[in-house]
Design a protein around this ligand. Structure first.
Ligand code: FES
Ligand SMILES: [Fe+2]
Length: 337
């Protein structure tokens, strides 16, 4: 019995940064409680399979790659990209039992991430042309491994009220705690909303925002929250300079997630990646201790739980829409047979 809603298995989820899956070695990870092995054929194409050899249950991620196949580390059975065992070295004849197979999953590479859908996906990946443009510099930050559910990490990324308190001087100012009015539009599995709010000035440590030339710095933030766990955030300061944050959470286990945060900018193209990476390490670190303390560890999707005020409109719509699209957890009973 899975604790995860059946529809979560029908979504694309990130399972690794591309750079974490080398050309010549399998990579083990976990998605929705399922152990996965990700590996590449010689042409670079990534493949995802259940990380379990049918012979004796060994993790294939401990094995090696050979002739566009993955080889089990225990007795060297060899599986092709369809998950079919094509070689059993211990057998003198070449007849292989049809049961000698490993489950394979949908897998693609996009935005510098490897994505997996455990079942036929129902939503496409978001379009983020900035991350695929030569004019923008793209920096991978994190990944951020938290002891919380991906829903809590996602809500935290888009929670406005905490900026002055959890990130004073970096993302907010305790003297200006008011959350500006905004409204949320729901379109299928996407929430759209924007806010304009005073910018906290850049610090000397982290000069990451493009607001120096503006007398009264204001930041415009346009959000797309793609359910279940993806946020595309576009920042602007009224001029040409733009920044895009692409956050996406990997639901690993019920109380374990991994956030990937990819940042694109069309300014400061020569700034070393480490400036943004260190900045996000600081920000996510400030958030982590707070979010890991939240109980329950998953967002309670029923609106009767927790207390919602008007400025929490994103969370209200997130919870309501997760429920409506049956991406929340209360549907796990549906998948019990
Ligand atoms: S356990 Fe994999 S080949 Fe024996
Ligand atoms: Fe935060």
């Amino acid at each position: 019995m899975s604790k995860f809603a059946a529809n979560l298995f029908k979504c694309w989820h990130p399972v690794a940064y591309s750079y974490e899956v080398p050309a010549d070695e399998p990579h083990g990870t976990k998605l929705l409680d399922e152990a996965l092995v990700i590996w590449r054929t010689a042409d670079g194409t990534p493949h995802a399979m259940r990380d379990l050899c049918i012979h004796r249950g060994t993790a294939l991620s401990l094995g090696w790659l050979k002739d566009d196949c993955i080889v089990c580390p225990y007795h060297a059975w060899q599986y092709d990209t369809a998950g079919t065992c094509i070689k059993i070295p211990q057998k003198a004849d070449i007849r292989i039992p049809p049961k000698a197979k490993v489950d394979t999953y949908h897998c693609q590479e996009r935005f510098g991430l490897i994505w997996v859908a455990l079942e036929e996906p129902i939503y496409p990946l978001p379009a983020v042309p900035e991350l695929e443009s030569d004019q923008w510099r793209v920096v991978n930050t994190g990944p951020f491994d938290w002891q919380s559910d991906a829903s809590r990490q996602t809500e935290n990324f888009t929670d406005f009220g905490h900026f002055p308190w959890v990130h004073p001087g970096l993302l907010g100012d305790p003297d200006r705690p008011i959350v500006p009015d905004y409204s949320v539009e729901v379109e299928g599995n996407i929430l759209h909303y924007s806010v304009v709010r005073p910018e906290a000035p850049n610090t000397d440590d982290f000069p990451v925002f493009a607001n120096e030339e503006v007398l009264k710095p204001e930041r415009r933030s346009r959000y797309e929250l793609h359910l279940p766990y993806t946020i595309v955030l576009r920042l602007g300061w009224g001029g040409e300079a733009g920044m895009v944050y692409f956050y996406v959470g990997q639901p690993i286990e019920e109380k374990k997630c991994r956030g990937y945060c990819i940042i694109g900018r069309n300014y400061d193209l020569d700034q070393p990646d480490s400036v943004l990476q260190d900045f996000e390490d600081t920000i996510f670190g400030q958030d982590q201790r707070v979010v890991e303390s939240q109980r329950p560890e998953q967002v309670p999707f029923d609106l009767a739980d927790e207390l919602h005020l008007k400025f929490d409109a994103v969370a209200i719509n997130y919870r309501r829409t997760m429920q409506a699209l049956e991406l929340d957890y209360y549907h796990y009973l549906d998948v019990v047979d």
